[in-house]
Ligand binder design. Structure first.
Ligand SMILES: *Cc1c(COP(=O)(O)O)cnc(C)c1O
Length: 375
């Protein structure tokens, strides 16, 4: 495996030459640089990266090279990973439930911001140096996201008020954070959360040091390119409208930063009239499709890398493992003439893809080829 480079203009050229039997990710540094540039230029505050969305070294180093300095980590392993690639990184420890050993690891790794959503976990943080930032995680009933992030973590407004007051009493620095839910196509959930955050801070009688507006920034899963700039300006406007003196803003995108930088190429193993079998599935790089539906941006090429055109036909898609659950949630519209040995190239596959590969039955996309000539 290791790190492979390809001086090739497209995955098609590489696939035609290599004829890989295993699924392959293609990493495109140019695309990563372009998305990171949009966040850094457009977001009205600090941009941090939620490592869990894609913890590959290519991603962490690529974001560092693009100018990102802050990383949202949720475990000691993620802290060590970021430190190994970017020793000078700023770490935000935003998993609100921690064991004592994890708290010690966070201290040893110098995490500068810690999120909490319940009093018992806040009390466990009494050993933090005076003045450390505590970001109280707020939750509201969700709307507009593809997936609910408030189902597990977050304090309701009354609880957040009590937590902010206690943070101040403990001599720590109060901030607020929330996560509007992943793949939010509209800016409206951020505006609602920012308004609610101002009300919670007002009620608690604390001036927020920072307001972290979470992740949730969308990628293109087939609905068209997301309008990140409108989301950024809505966030800035909402903060100005809600606060007399707006706190510094922070965001922590996972998907929005990493999705576009990777493609995934699958290979067709067998074709039947109503179904096909491919070399990865829901236990591998397509794990997320069960929850979000299939990626809409895909194309089929023959073994020579030529586009298979022609009439589309819906087919059930089975993955490679011997488990009957290993099929994609919906049939895919694929060229009727698709053949054994063809490749399916999926765009926008950088988020929650490689990160969720299990290796079940010995399968799962692991190989990563870096496209140094652009793509
Ligand atoms: C997962 C996560 C993110 C990133 O979410 P995306 O929807 O991928 O942007 C950000 N913050 C926290 C606390 C998370 O758990």
């Amino acid at each position: 495996m290791g790190r492979e480079q390809a001086l090739m203009p497209s995955p098609e050229t590489w696939l035609a030459r290599e004829q890989p039997d295993e699924p392959v990710f293609f990493f495109c540094p140019q695309r990563l640089g372009a998305v990171a540039g949009r966040f850094l230029a457009g977001f009205p505050g600090l941009v941090s990266y939620a490592v869990k969305a894609n913890p590959l070294p290519e991603m962490i180093e690529g974001l560092w090279l693009a100018g990102l300095r802050a990383f949202d980590v949720a475990s000691p392993a993620e802290m060590a990973l970021v430190r190994a690639h970017c020793p000078g990184a700023v770490l935000h420890y935003h998993n609100p439930v921690r064991s004592q050993a994890e708290i010690l690891a966070g201290l040893a790794q110098g995490c500068v911001s810690w999120s909490v959503d319940r009093m018992s976990e806040l009390e466990k943080l009494s050993a933090l140096p005076a003045g450390t930032e505590i970001a109280v995680r707020l939750k509201l009933p969700v709307a507009g996201a593809a997936y609910d992030f408030g189902a597990k973590f977050g304090a309701e407004p009354a609880g957040a008020v009590a937590l902010l007051r206690r943070v101040t009493e403990m001599g720590l620095t109060p901030s607020l954070t929330f996560h509007p839910g992943t793949q939010c196509r509209s800016a409206e959930p951020w505006a609602r959360y920012i308004q609610a955050a101002a009300e919670v801070a007002g009620e608690a009688g604390v001036a927020l040091h920072r307001l972290n507006v979470g992740g949730g920034f969308p990628s293109d899963r087939g609905e068209g390119h997301p309008d990140l700039e409108t989301i950024f300006s809505t966030i800035a406007d909402a903060a100005r409208a809600a606060f007399k003196t707006p706190p510094e803003l922070v965001c922590e995108p996972g998907r929005g930063l990493c999705a576009e930088a990777f493609m995934l190429a699958l290979r067709v193993k067998a074709v039947e009239p109503e179904a096909i079998f491919v070399n990865d599935g829901i236990y591998g790089g397509m794990a997320e499709w069960r929850d979000l539906g299939p990626m809409g941006r895909l194309r089929v090429v023959d073994p020579e890398g030529r586009l298979r055109a022609g009439r589309a036909q819906d087919r059930v898609v089975f993955g490679p493992t011997c488990d009957s659950l290993d099929r994609l949630p919906e049939p895919l519209a694929l060229p009727a003439g698709i053949k054994d040995g063809d490749f399916i190239i999926c765009e926008g596959m950088g988020a929650y893809s490689r990160a969720l590969v299990t290796g079940f039955n010995g399968y799962g996309a692991r190989r990563v080829v870096r496209m140094t000539a652009g793509c």
